[in-house]
Design a protein around this ligand. Structure first.
Ligand SMILES: [Zn+2]
Length: 463
């Protein structure tokens, strides 16, 4: 089986060239156009990959320029699918040391947007299939590569694929981490709203840009506030969030809060600027003449989302099981005129049902005079750790990485969240920070080649 390794390593230049071609296409989601459902650039990346697959002698099918498939031995019946995506998140080139859309190699490290997420693994998967084909390794079953272009924005590409075809019985995506991710918690996004009968001292308030993250900034504009009392309360604050006051005019000032952002699946590592600000305003409210008719609504919101709490205890949601603890993040809020609107994100363990989370929220928000609506919901995703498929992947991992294989449960959703039997296999390793979605994203040449070897051996083992 060392043939596989020799083959892949002999193709090192071809593999990095293919990655370079893909990285040079800034395949960030754009305006939908006729024949380009997610914009021009994702389509361009998809067609580039289609060409690379055809040049490798694979049979390619294109589904509305949203997804392509490249099959090896489809006539034997498809047993395994490897799912990758070719779209990327935007990159702010000012913060990068190299051009994010030009692959740069520095001491064996490849920098560029998409190198780890997910163009590098996509190229590794292509060469894995090419290797099996060219070495003429006999397979009993067929393999399908599936390349999508909308993973970063809701995976609507897979809905298009499903109109035409079904997934093979076994699917893995190298769009997570090794060894194997077999459990993804359930997820619910909720929205609440309420109205205020009378205008108060808070002219406006807002915080949070996205729902799936702990917000690191929030601010409020206050009218006729007691500046000294505010400064005093800020000096007593122990949240670790930074507050700043700016006088806007004679009558009004802005108070802003700066905390620490974190992904909604790991909120413990963040500091929520929004809940800290609400708590501060409520404390000021109590001790000064800064009277505010918005008092009761803010008070109720703090009761439901106290600063520092990340387990949903105050919503009555707290629970945990072998897949982890429930997490809850109040992530977005706006008070304008007489309306308040807030958004929050809940990740719940596998023993809980979406409907239970939804109903608990419905009743607690209504008890507190707020309207609740579920805006997004997804049941947990579980694949049996003892299934043949997972055990095959783990054994390939162990033999090649020289390290014990094990399964991981995560709070985030991967590309296979809605695919029955699907797991994530790669491509992040250990605790390395690959700057995925960040500046200077990278993969090492060595890891790229090792991924390809792993995928080729997984194909041979499974098929
Ligand atoms: Zn990805």
């Amino acid at each position: 089986m060392n043939d596989i390794k020799d083959y892949i390593y002999s193709k090192k230049d071809e593999i990095t060239d293919a990655l370079s071609e893909l990285v040079s296409i800034p395949s960030v989601m754009g305006e939908a156009e006729e024949g380009a459902p997610f914009g021009k650039e994702p389509k361009r990346a998809l067609l580039k990959m289609a060409r690379l697959c055809e040049e490798s002698g694979l049979k390619v099918t294109n589904y509305e320029n949203a997804v392509i498939c490249a099959d090896l031995y489809p006539e034997k019946g498809l047993e395994l699918g490897i799912l990758c995506h070719l779209d990327v998140v935007p990159a702010n080139s000012e913060n990068w040391s190299t051009d994010p859309f030009e692959l740069a190699e520095r001491n064996g490290v490849l920098y560029g947007r998409g190198t780890i997420d997910d163009k590098g693994p996509a190229v590794a998967a292509l060469y894995a299939l090419k290797c099996v084909k060219e070495l003429d390794i006999p397979l009993k079953k067929g393999v399908r590569l599936i390349f999508g272009t909308n993973e970063e924005n809701g995976s609507a590409d897979l809905d298009i694929y499903k109109k035409y075809d079904k997934f093979p019985p076994k699917v893995f995506t190298p769009d997570g981490s090794f060894p194997v991710i077999n459990i993804e918690k359930g997820m619910m996004r909720g929205k609440f709203s309420g109205s205020i009968s009378e205008n108060g001292s808070i002219l406006s308030m807002s915080g949070g840009m996205v729902i799936n993250a702990v917000t690191d900034s929030a601010s409020a504009v206050l009218r006729s506030a007691d500046r000294e009392a505010l400064l005093d309360e800020i000096s007593r604050d122990t949240s670790g969030v930074n507050f700043k006051l700016v006088q806007i005019d004679e009558n009004s000032l802005e108070i802003s809060a700066e905390g620490k952002a974190a992904h909604a699946s790991t909120p413990e590592s963040g500091k929520n600027a929004l809940t800290a600000l609400i708590s501060l305003l409520n404390r000021i409210n109590k001790r000064t003449s800064f009277d505010c008719k918005q008092r009761s609504i803010l008070h109720n919101i703090e009761k439901l989302f106290p600063f520092g709490e990340t387990d949903g205890n105050s919503l009555g949601l707290k629970c945990s099981d072998s897949s982890g603890t429930l997490t809850c993040v109040f992530s977005k809020f706006a008070m304008t005129g007489r309306t308040v609107t807030g958004h929050f994100d809940v990740r719940f363990p596998i023993s809980v049902k979406l409907s239970e989370v939804r109903e608990k929220c419905r009743s607690i928000f209504s008890e507190n005079g707020l309207e609740f609506e579920m805006t997004l919901g997804d049941e947990p995703h579980v694949v049996d750790e003892n299934s043949d498929f997972v055990q095959q992947l783990l054994s390939v991992y162990e033999e090649n990485e020289g390290e014990k294989g094990y399964c991981v449960a995560i709070g985030g959703g991967t590309y296979v969240h809605d695919i029955e039997g699907g797991v994530a296999f790669g491509a992040e390793r250990g605790s390395t920070d690959y700057h995925m979605h960040g500046d200077n994203e990278f993969i090492t040449v060595e890891e790229l080649l090792r991924d390809s070897v792993l995928f080729a051996k997984a194909i041979v083992r499974i098929c």
